[in-house]
Write a new protein. Structure first.
Length: 274
């Protein structure tokens, strides 16, 4: 034992790592550790304080990101079903938009499809109703025409209000025409032409005596007007279907046209003032 101790001391003296210049590699000084740790804490605190004071909006967004990620990673069943139906609607609407532009498969028939859509526009119907009202000489005709004019204006206002709330764009980047801007028909949901066609067909079926072939043609005209808007890429399929529903509900469920129906005396008074 006494002989081994001098040997170990000699070995320690000969070890290069035990020299003073290499002591920091084996055992760092406590003062250096404390200074480094305090410097890191101060720098991290300064960086956090600077991030909080410099951009609070980014801090709020970073706090909201985990919740959004959780919502995307764990969607509900209703969300999955709604997104799936929406994707199917967009896909089918794009496939049926065969006249969306001149380069489409039916691009040569675009002008004819546009002409079919104009037959369901509000401006030609309002202008035609006013002309017929001026030339009408019977009380029954004036009563029907006056209430038809009121129904057209009511339909335009309802559709314009719903479109402003939904603000849904069409499947293709098709700019609205001048007549569309006049009737505030600038968005896709619901389809104003489809709503107007359904309302007019229901109006004529209720208040005019028509033969069965004319009734069938009237319903077919309303369907063609609605789906012509899908063919030119202006509306989705659900936009047209919802337009049909809203136009029909004006008579059936809400009965708005029937509630505001004006009598012949009221129509005569309005015509005399005009």
């Amino acid at each position: 034992m006494p002989a081994s101790q001098p040997r170990s001391r000699a070995r320690d003296r000969n070890n290069v790592l035990n020299r003073a210049e290499f002591l920091s590699l084996n055992q760092p000084l406590k003062g250096n550790q404390e200074s480094r740790s305090s410097g890191r804490k101060q720098s991290s605190q300064a960086g956090a304080a600077g991030a909080q004071t410099s951009n609070p909006k980014e801090r709020r967004q970073s706090q909201q990101l985990p919740e959004e990620d959780c919502m995307q990673l764990n969607p509900s069943f209703k969300g999955i079903a709604f997104n799936s139906l929406l994707a199917i609607d967009i896909c089918m609407s794009k496939r049926l938009g065969v006249c969306a532009n001149k380069a489409s498969s039916w691009g040569g028939a675009r002008s004819m499809i546009n002409l079919l859509g104009i037959t369901g526009h509000g401006i030609p119907w309002i202008a035609g109703t006013l002309i017929c009202l001026v030339k009408s000489s019977t009380l029954a005709g004036q009563e029907v025409l006056m209430n038809l004019l009121l129904a057209l204006l009511l339909d335009i206002m309802i559709v314009a209000g719903l479109q402003k709330l939904a603000k849904r764009k069409g499947p293709y980047d098709v700019n609205p025409g001048l007549l569309d801007y006049l009737t505030m028909d600038t968005y896709a949901f619901p389809a104003g032409h489809a709503s107007r066609a359904a309302m007019l067909s229901k109006f004529f079926l209720n208040h005019l005596v028509l033969a069965i072939p004319l009734r069938i043609l009237l319903v077919l005209w309303a369907l063609c007007v609605g789906f012509s808007r899908v063919m030119i890429g202006r509306h989705h399929i659900t936009d047209v279907l919802s337009g049909f529903v809203f136009g029909y509900l004006q008579f059936r469920l809400f009965r708005l046209v029937e509630l505001i129906w004006m009598s012949s005396n009221t129509c005569q008074m309005l015509i005399s003032i005009w």
